[in-house]
Design a protein around this ligand. Structure first.
Ligand code: KIV
Length: 262
């Protein structure tokens, strides 16, 4: 689906949006047949670069992966995360960096973590025709170590804050919002009151769409968050293949005549 088409649809008429992350061309090529939105998420800092958090992800990393993913996409909406430190404090810096990402990757939209605290940055991007997807609830860029990932919205104070964030990002002009790691009750409430499509991750089946980190879906890592489902266990499949390769190399049965030149 193209972004213009999504923007024209009434929230109530949207079929659940299928969203996944990608960080390279060939994964994006596969996802493109099945997804409405492909996100180059800054979770790549963790699932590609092996960091404990997303805080070391740079603008250049997002641009490089964004360019790779763009090559694999024909029809899905391409959204790229603005990494920590590139948009929160100064709207003019946010605009400068957003324009750079947009120009160098030809993405359709950018995703910014935060609610009321970044409303000025969202507004300036939207005013400059850069569509914004917001990200509220758990915001991984605020997390300094992997033990701090948790469920948000259990207390009244936190629930109120997340609803306030939703209203702020809506008013600021975001076209949709990712809602991460909140109680199901709060996710259902947010879905009811939101005027823009809500994409859940660790939220609820009532969301207008779902997103997962593709490496979690594929079971590539040794651990995934509770809210992720491993639809495959690629880690064990890779192990089997590599073990077979090792054994053939040791036995000198690889390369065979099919893999060598006359
Ligand atoms: O960085 C990311 O992959 C994300 C998703 C978890 C939504 O923000």
């Amino acid at each position: 689906m193209k972004l213009n088409k999504l923007l024209l649809k009434k929230k109530s008429k949207i079929k659940p949006l299928v969203c996944l992350t990608a960080s390279n061309t060939y994964t994006a090529e596969i996802l493109d047949d099945f997804c409405d939105i492909i996100l180059v998420g800054d979770s790549l800092g963790m699932v590609v670069y092996g960091e404990k958090t997303t805080k070391k992800v740079s603008l250049d990393m997002m641009i490089n992966h964004g360019r790779a993913v763009r090559k694999g996409i024909k029809k899905s909406i391409l959204v790229i995360d603005m990494p920590k430190g590139t948009y929160e404090k100064s709207p003019s810096k946010a605009l400068k960096n957003a324009k750079k990402i947009k120009k160098l990757t030809n993405c359709d939209a950018l995703k910014l973590e935060g609610g009321h605290n970044i409303s000025k940055s969202i507004k300036i991007l939207v005013k400059n025709n850069i569509p914004v997807m917001s990200h509220i609830g758990l915001q991984p860029q605020n997390i300094s170590n992997n033990k701090k990932f948790r469920v948000m919205g259990r207390s009244i104070k936190e629930e109120k804050k997340i609803i306030y964030d939703l209203k702020s990002v809506e008013i600021s002009g975001s076209f949709s919002v990712v809602l991460e790691s909140v109680t199901k009750k709060l996710a259902n409430k947010i879905n009811k009151i939101s005027k823009i499509p809500v994409i859940g991750i660790g939220a609820s089946d009532k969301c207008d769409g779902q997103i997962l980190v593709t490496e979690d879906l594929l079971g590539l890592l040794d651990k995934s968050p509770k809210f992720a489902k491993n639809y495959e266990n690629l880690r064990s499949k890779i192990k089997i293949a590599v073990k077979k390769y090792r054994s053939e190399v040791l036995k000198r049965s690889f390369p065979s005549k099919n893999n060598t030149f006359k």
